[in-house]
Unconditional design. Structure first.
Length: 288
């Protein structure tokens, strides 16, 4: 229902009070909500890491099939001298030199695990800024899962036994790096999670600050749009004179201070009409 002229200022004041209360509640709960969101994201990352580990356990049981597939594709590519040094090299073998379904299946399984690890690195990077330790671990993971990274010098150590399942020639000269890649990356990611859970929780404030700056920029943009549409930043028509705007500003704190001594003014249209009509004149005929 429409409010009368006397009730409108009181309704506006009540609405401003409600907005202030909602803003205070958001500021109070912002950090707590941010921590809950961070905890939820961390749980999702740990769940994804467990899923990759389960897939890798299935792959690890088929290591001999993986080595046989690399042997076949390297022979087809006439590339049996140099070692398998990168993920990109395995991708090339599968795309161009793989002739049977078994070899393609196991090579694709290896590439899919590497792809999942690469995506997980991106999620780790977006979770929080981290510190020197976590950032170093994350950079190591990103470097290892890069398609062009040289894997020939890396070796998985105890408790991993993937290298022990190779012959001396295979481990030293051909496949020691490629079979060590996934277990090393998984260890780095688990170490990253362990260090991240020990970080102070106030790091989430930086993420909240980014959201606040985005909201402030959006408010400034809406204010510029209002000015371009013929309104002032406060939403008042731009054609009003300074005296009119001063009169209209009495609807704010100045009117609250005068509410005892002065009755509320009429609506906006009536105020503008009075100012445009000029001073009051007694009834009768006038020259102007």
């Amino acid at each position: 229902p429409a409010l009368g002229p006397a009730a409108r200022p009181e309704a506006a004041r009540a609405e401003r009070r409600r907005r202030k209360q909602r803003g205070a509640a958001r500021r109070t709960c912002g950090i707590g909500n941010g921590r809950a969101q961070e905890g939820g994201k961390m749980n999702e990352i740990k769940e994804s890491l467990r899923n990759v580990e389960q897939t890798y356990k299935i792959f690890q049981q088929q290591q001999f099939t993986f080595i046989a597939a690399l042997e076949h594709t390297r022979e087809n590519a006439h590339d049996k001298i140099k070692p398998v040094t990168s993920i990109g090299q395995v991708q090339t073998y599968m795309d161009h030199y793989c002739n049977n379904t078994t070899d393609k299946r196991i090579l694709l399984m290896f590439l899919n695990i590497c792809s999942d690890l690469s995506k997980l690195c991106q999620r780790l990077e977006s979770l929080h800024p981290g510190n020197t330790t976590t950032n170093a671990l994350l950079e190591k993971c990103k470097m290892l899962v890069s398609h062009s990274n040289d894997l020939s010098s890396i070796r998985a150590k105890y408790p991993h036994d993937v290298v022990n399942h190779l012959s001396c020639d295979e481990a030293r000269n051909h496949y020691g790096g490629v079979v060590s890649l996934i277990p090393i990356v998984l260890d780095c990611m688990k170490e990253w999670v362990a260090h991240s859970e020990k970080l102070p929780r106030n790091m989430i404030q930086s993420v909240s600050g980014e959201h606040t700056s985005l909201e402030s920029r959006a408010a400034e943009a809406s204010g510029r749009g209002a000015v371009g549409a013929g309104l002032t930043v406060s939403g008042q028509p731009a054609f009003l004179t300074a005296a009119t705007q001063t009169s209209l500003s009495l609807t704010g704190p100045a009117r609250e201070s005068r509410r005892v001594r002065k009755k509320p003014q009429a609506c906006l249209g009536r105020t503008i009409g009075k100012l445009l009509d000029g001073p009051w004149k007694p009834p009768g005929r006038h020259a102007f």
